[in-house]
Every structure is written in C-alpha cells, then in structure tokens.
Design a protein around this ligand. Structure first.
Ligand code: CUA
Length: 347
C-alpha cells in the first residue's frame, strides 16, 4: 500500500509544481510587476521575505545549538545569562528588526497614496453586481465624459488618477501586475492611481466577495502608447461609426440589417437598462454599449466577445452568469441574428 501512495504523492507534488509554474507564466502576478505601484509593493515584499528568511535561519541555528548543549545545573549566574538572552534576543533585536521593516512600509504607503493631480484625465470606476462601469473624465473640461464598461484604457508611462466607488455592495479593484488592492464602497470615493511601464493588457479582478458572481467580475486594463490612447479616447467620445467588421458584414443579409438590429434593441426594451449614445437608449442599469463591438470580452470577462458568445449570452444570460441582472429576452432566431450584427458593429 505504501509504495502506490508515495507514487501518488509524488505525482500530485509534480503536478502542483507544474500548475504553479504555468500559473506564474500566464496569470496576473503581483510579483511580476508591470507598473510603478506593483513594483514598489513587490520590492517591499521581497525585502520582507529576505529579512524573514534571515531571522528564521538565525532562530534555527540557535535552536540546534541549544539542543546540542549539555544540561547545566541552575545557578544565579545562569539565570542572569538567560535574562540577558531574553531581553536582547526576545525584545531588543525583534524591536530593531520590526522598526526596520515598519519604516520602508510607511514610506511605500506614503508614495502609493500620493495622488497625481486631477487636471487631466481622471478615470472613475463604479463597482456593480457584477461588472464595472468605467467613466473617463477630463479634469479641465468637465463636459467631456465617456462612459464604458469592464475595460480600463490608460496611457502607458504616466500615473493616471482613478476614483473608486460602488452602488450596491463593497467590491475591491485589484490589477495585481499594476497596483495594490483598493475597496469600492457605496457612498464613498476611494482614490488610487494606475501606472503601466509599457503598453499591454493586464487582467484584474474583484478581490472582495460580493455575491454569487464575484468570480465572474473581472476587468481588463489596456495600456496604450500615449498618442494611441488619445486616438482611442477621441473615438470613444464619438457616437458609433457603424463600421461593420468583416465577420459582421458577412452575416449582414442586406444593408439594413443594422437598422433592423437597432429596431429590435429598442422594441425589446434593451434601452431601459443600456445606453447607446446617438440613439434613444438611455438606460443606466447595465453597461453602456456605445462602443460594445470594440470590447474584448462580454459580461465582465466571462466570455470572449464574438458573435457566438454574444448570441448565447443574449439568449440565456442566466445560464451563463446565474444571478446577473440581465433578463432573458425572448427573440426569434432572425431577431437575435440582426441584434448581434448590430451590437458587434458598435465599434
Ligand atoms: Cu465585486 Cu467581488
């Protein structure tokens, strides 16, 4: 019996080792920082690991030395020696070590909480069950507002101020490769900044249990080179370009498919919950869909954004994300097809 069990244990350890390694390579990791915030936190973490390792080694050595010592008779002199060990080794040295760790912690906290000025781009993220509303504001021109969802676009190389709040329960915004966690609390605005060293995609997630679909409340940070970011923002400010992707064009039976799709959207009452700028749809309960077709995922990174997934999502949201507020809307196959074409064309 023993041998198979040992073999099982070996296989399990090897498998978990492989899983751990592959996890490092593909998943967002706080110890592979890609921005200044996460970099500071990672440096602090490594310093703490090093200090803790030294302390652990010293304690182990003392333990071995003590264990190998011959027992000695109790005497006043021995008691004084013991007290000296306890005061120096048990109080003085730990106090020095802990203070030594506390000071860099304070300095890091201080730098992390220092907010960049809000006289340019300010991003507001609102946590909702179970998606993220993302609002881009211009500190100098308050009338410039862009509403989007589930993707945070930032220019790379600068610290972008982010305001965090929630409308239902407490959520927590965490993009491990870029910054530490920060709670989103109803009725309160927390502040944080995001910085990415270079352009790239960074996955984040809600880090505070917030109900049934907490796991499916993920977010993607898209860092652009600054000029590209400006272009992206200008494009978002505009209403839909009604630009058909090649795939959508193939599916469009005739030129009016998008108009018919918009008709279905309005008739079925989708506009009571969703907004599409440039149309009568003004709902605020669900994500703004003005540029929905350009987003990489649907339902807060639950599925990649493509025709098949979108059709599946619209046909039966509760089957994909039980508990989500999106209701099932009965549509004929033709209505569903035109609606999907319309939504995917909102780029
Ligand atoms: Cu939102 Cu967990």
């Amino acid at each position: 019996m023993k041998a198979p069990r040992r073999a099982q244990a070996a296989v399990f350890l090897a498998a978990s080792g492989v899983a751990g390694l592959s996890g490092c390579a593909t998943e967002p990791h706080a110890l592979s920082p890609a921005g200044e915030g996460a970099g500071m936190i990672a440096n602090l973490t490594w310093a703490f690991v090093a200090i803790s390792a030294v302390v652990f080694a010293v304690v182990l050595v003392l333990l071995v030395v003590a264990a190998r010592k011959e027992p000695v008779e109790a005497s006043p002199e021995r008691d004084r020696g013991s007290i000296r060990w306890i005061v120096i080794g048990g109080a003085l040295i730990p106090a020095v070590v802990l203070t030594g760790m506390f000071v860099p912690t304070l300095l890091t906290l201080n730098e992390l909480s220092e907010m960049p000025t809000e006289d340019g781009l300010v991003i507001e993220i609102v946590g909702k069950q179970w998606w993220w509303e993302v609002v881009y504001r211009d500190g100098r021109e308050p009338q410039r507002v862009v509403r989007s969802a589930n993707e945070v676009h930032i220019p790379a190389g600068v610290r972008v101020p982010v305001r965090l709040t929630a409308t239902d329960v407490i959520h927590s915004f965490w993009v491990p490769a870029l910054q530490g966690k920060m709670d989103l609390i109803p009725g309160r605005t927390n502040r944080i900044w995001l910085h990415a060293d270079s352009a790239g995609l960074f996955r984040g997630a809600c880090a505070e249990y917030c109900g049934l679909q907490h796991t499916m409340m993920q977010i993607l940070v898209v860092a652009h080179p600054p000029a590209e970011f400006e272009q992206w923002l200008r494009r978002e400010e505009g209403v839909m370009d009604r630009e058909l992707s090649a795939e959508a064009a193939r599916h469009a039976a005739h030129g009016h498919e998008q108009d018919r799709g918009e008709e279905v959207f309005m008739q079925q009452g989708c506009g009571y919950c969703h907004s599409i700028r440039g149309t009568p749809a003004r709902g605020r309960l669900g994500p703004d869909l003005t540029h929905f077709g350009s987003r990489r995922t649907i339902a807060a990174m639950t599925l990649p954004n493509n025709r098949g997934n979108l059709a599946g999502w619209i046909s039966n949201p509760q089957g994909i994300k039980p508990g989500a507020k999106m209701p099932r809307v009965p549509l004929s196959p033709d209505q569903l097809n035109t609606l999907v074409t319309y939504l995917e064309a909102l780029r």
